[in-house]
Design a protein around this ligand. Structure first.
Ligand SMILES: *[C@@H]1O[C@H](CO)[C@@H](O)[C@H](O)[C@H]1NC(C)=O
Ligand SMILES: *[C@@H]1O[C@H](CO)[C@@H](O)[C@H](O)[C@H]1NC(C)=O
Ligand SMILES: *[C@@H]1O[C@H](CO)[C@@H](O)[C@H](O)[C@H]1NC(C)=O
Length: 301
């Protein structure tokens, strides 16, 4: 399921879903964004079937059966981080389903060890089923993405500096309502791809029911040619953001938290009932669809 290949070259390490178990670490850490989550280790995740890897299916889910005590830990969930780090590379995620439900805050993203000095690239992220997707860069000072940008999405701002933007960074929101949450799932999910190069960062999305998925994406080819992928959802050109000085080696991360700094803060605004933490504690069955189903991830280098 996880393959590392060379851009425009051959598959180096084709692999099956179990490679998410050997190539990634389940991090049982406290969520720095203060989520109502209890990230569990791999043994616990497998024992509770929160992580399930078989054939071309990787399921990553939160507990959806336990009523939580307000004074106890948050909802069990998983955070997987790649053991390898990547600088210039392309990732293609074939995702059938993403977590949905009030209070959910799922993310597919990449980050360096020294945040924000080594940068952060958010590919698929949102909260409370409230689309569309927003792809975002977070950096230290001196990285902006003004000038000519060729993309289908809408910029939330040009300055990627977390200090200058209250941690928000520079985002691009998709114009496609099906890019996130229940609408994404109703479309059968799709393919999110990200290219990081000396020229900047680009993010593409093709829904599964789109007629225009490039063959190398659709088939998880042994090589990819991003020049033929058409206009990306998000374009973060390097003209005013030197990649080498703002982005270090990145780990690939996929995680699911609840409430916290973002999902909790806008819970009521997003039409969710009551208080986020109480909702997460008391309504386990609301999280039956709070899962990722990943067919594969391919990394090209
Ligand atoms: C674990 O989860 C998978 C995927 O949802 C499911 O197919 C399987 O039946 C579950 N196993 C158990 C023992 O519940
Ligand atoms: C943010 O600002 C503080 C204080 O102004 C400064 O010390 C720090 O280096 C800045 N961080 C970044 C990432 O620019
Ligand atoms: C994932 O984990 C990172 C860092 O541990 C955190 O900043 C982020 O908010 C988390 N996101 C989700 C969706 O859990």
């Amino acid at each position: 399921m996880l393959s590392t290949v060379l851009i425009l070259a051959c598959v180096v390490a084709p692999a099956l879903s179990n490679d998410f178990l050997s190539g990634f670490t389940h991090e049982a850490i406290a969520d720095p964004t203060h989520g109502r989550v209890n990230y569990v280790d791999q043994a616990t995740a497998l024992a509770q079937n929160l992580t399930y890897a078989s054939g071309d299916t990787l399921i990553l889910r939160a507990d959806h059966t336990t009523v939580l005590s307000a004074s106890g830990a948050g909802r069990n969930s998983v955070r997987l981080q790649s053991n390898k780090v990547y600088s210039n590379h392309v990732t293609v995620w074939n995702i059938r389903h993403m977590p949905q439900g009030c209070g959910t805050w799922p993310a597919v993203w990449e980050v360096g060890q020294d945040w924000p000095n080594q940068g952060e690239i958010d590919i698929l992220e949102g909260v409370n089923d409230h689309g569309p997707d927003q792809a975002t860069l977070h950096t230290n000072s001196g990285c902006t993405v003004g000038g000519t940008r060729t993309m289908t999405g809408t910029s939330t701002g040009d300055n990627c500096d977390v200090n200058a933007t209250g941690n928000s960074g520079c985002g691009v929101t998709s114009t496609d309502a099906s890019s996130y949450g229940p609408a994404f799932n109703a479309a059968g999910g799709g393919f999110y791809a990200m290219e990081r190069s000396n020229s900047g960062v680009k993010v593409w999305l093709w829904l599964r029911n789109s007629g225009s998925i490039p063959n190398d994406v659709l088939n998880g080819g042994t090589s990819v040619d991003t020049d033929k992928w058409g206009t990306p959802l998000a374009d973060f050109p390097s003209a005013s953001c030197d990649m080498a000085s703002h982005f270090g080696p990145h780990n690939i991360i996929i995680n699911l938290t609840f409430c916290g700094d973002w999902a909790g803060a806008v819970f009521a605004n997003d039409g969710c009932p009551g208080d986020c933490t109480t909702y997460v504690d008391e309504n386990p069955s609301a999280f039956i669809n709070a899962y990722f189903d990943v067919a594969w991830l391919k990394v090209y280098q």
